[in-house]
Design a protein around this ligand. Structure first.
Ligand SMILES: Cc1ncc(COP(=O)(O)O)c(C=O)c1O
Length: 443
């Protein structure tokens, strides 16, 4: 019994192979080689439309910005922008990519715990919609840049609520930091326009109460700010973090118990994962009593999903290279957590034998990579049919944080292939040995 393949917009074709967007994934893997990432254009487009449609049902004004750090692949980003979604960037490089892709400033949100003065200048010159300042240093730097170049900037303040990610992000509401930040912005009022507040709680959030509590805390803080501070207030940026149905965090204890008990990880229950509709409703309901804090009878809500847009649209295909017969057989794959499957070290991801989809998954395998380190493990106990050298393994939900965390530890990185209604095209070619060594010199 396989998980519901429609969660990834996949089917099993007449050859018993996994198929996505009209493409036989085993044929794609054999043609282009493994390891290889494939992205479904249909699925990506559907997610982009669904996010905007669903959120608009409950929110008066809402704009969606894709979190570049989730999967910063220009060919993927171009499709996302083609659906009217903007760019949420957190580094000078990501800002550069967005501008290279022709994303206009009004479609760019600039976040991140440290923004260089050069990148602030670029963002401000390009009229970024909102630059969310993360520290007093960030505020001073933005003001310095504006004064040096005679510019004005639309800024937000990232607040650090008591729920979600740690205190390293944003300005604290618990001590005087956030209030000091607001005073500093006011003192620089000739060049910094406070347009919004920002909060981001973390990733793979499925607990709506956490989301509601954090938003309420932020809005209560905003309500206490002096009225003058709020005169230009237009945006409430609620960040990203929206969970996806077939991923869940796996803690260290669960990992150890699974290894000792030789039990596969429990698959998440997809019905427990809220969709964009539920997030929209939670935001709208929490906002209800605070709309008058914003100009024009309520804020434009900014959302910054990453995972929820791309996770299920991308599959990582790995080849079985060696099988060793042990108590639990070991399948050595051409990718593991040390180089290209890092998220499998802390998340559940469905593993499928793409080349044997009609066979029942009755066997346990230890799945490992080939970087010659004992910790290059995918899963201690993966349930699969009997697999042999040459079989193709699919790691599902590889569209979030896989390419971002990949590296060239001993092997060049995989290509990324777009699937589009039975046709394929290369979005990123396979890295070559020369690419890996390109920046090196001998003395
Ligand atoms: C500020 C910010 N916005 C959005 C995101 C996207 O998060 P997710 O992929 O969980 O939606 C992140 C990633 O953690 C982030 O740091």
């Amino acid at each position: 019994m396989h998980a519901n393949l429609s969660l990834w917009d996949c089917v099993v074709n007449s050859k018993g192979h996994l198929e996505m967007d009209g493409c036989d994934l085993v044929s794609v893997a054999r043609e282009h080689g493994t390891p290889i990432h494939v992205v479904s254009k249909r699925s990506l487009s559907a997610n982009c439309d669904e996010a905007q449609r669903s959120l608009s049902r409950s929110l008066r004004e809402v704009e969606v910005f894709y979190s570049y750090k989730t999967n910063c692949v220009p060919g993927v980003l171009e499709i996302i922008h083609g659906h009217g979604i903007g760019a949420e960037v957190i580094s000078p490089y990501e800002l550069w990519v967005a501008l290279k892709l022709g994303v206009p400033g009004e479609k760019i949100i600039y976040n991140g715990p440290h923004k260089t003065k050069d990148s602030l200048t670029t963002a401000i010159r390009n009229d970024a919609k909102l630059i969310n300042l993360d520290s007093l240093t960030d505020i001073r730097n933005a003001a310095d840049v504006c004064r040096a170049h005679g510019l004005t900037a639309n800024v937000g303040v990232r607040l650090c609520p008591s729920y979600g990610w740690s205190a390293q992000f944003g300005l604290s509401m618990r001590n005087e930091e956030a209030n000091s930040g607001l005073r500093l912005i006011k003192e620089n009022g000739e060049c910094l326009r406070l347009k919004g507040f920002h909060v981001h709680l973390g990733s793979q959030i499925t607990d709506m109460s956490l989301f509601r509590k954090a938003l309420a805390e932020v809005l209560a803080f905003v309500q206490e700010t002096p009225e003058g501070t709020r005169k230009d207030l237009q945006y409430l940026d609620v960040g990203g973090g929206f969970g996806v149905p077939m991923v869940r965090e796996i803690g260290g204890i669960e990992r150890r118990l699974s290894a000792i008990g030789r039990r596969p990880f429990r698959a998440p229950d997809p019905d427990q994962c809220p969709g964009f509709d539920e997030f929209g409703t939670a935001i709208a309901e929490t906002l209800e009593q605070y709309t008058d804090l914003f100009k024009g009878g309520g804020p434009t809500v900014i959302v910054e999903p990453g995972r929820a847009i791309t996770s299920n649209t991308q599959v990582l295909l790995l080849g079985v290279r060696v099988v060793k017969q042990r108590k639990i057989p070991i399948a050595i794959l051409d990718g593991g957590k040390m180089n290209i499957t890092f998220p499998t070290s802390f998340e559940y991801h469905q593993i499928l034998a793409a080349s044997r989809m009609r066979e029942s998954a009755d066997n346990s395998y230890k799945l490992v990579g080939r970087t010659c380190t004992p910790s290059d493990l995918l899963y201690e106990n993966a349930r699969l049919p009997t697999v042999e050298e040459g079989d193709i393994i699919a790691v599902m939900d590889a569209g979030a944080y896989f390419t971002s965390f990949s590296n060239d530890f001993a092997f060049p990185r995989p290509p990324i292939i777009l699937l589009d209604n039975g046709a394929t095209s290369v979005l990123r070619r396979r890295e070559t040995f020369e690419d890996v060594a390109a920046r090196d010199s001998l003395v």
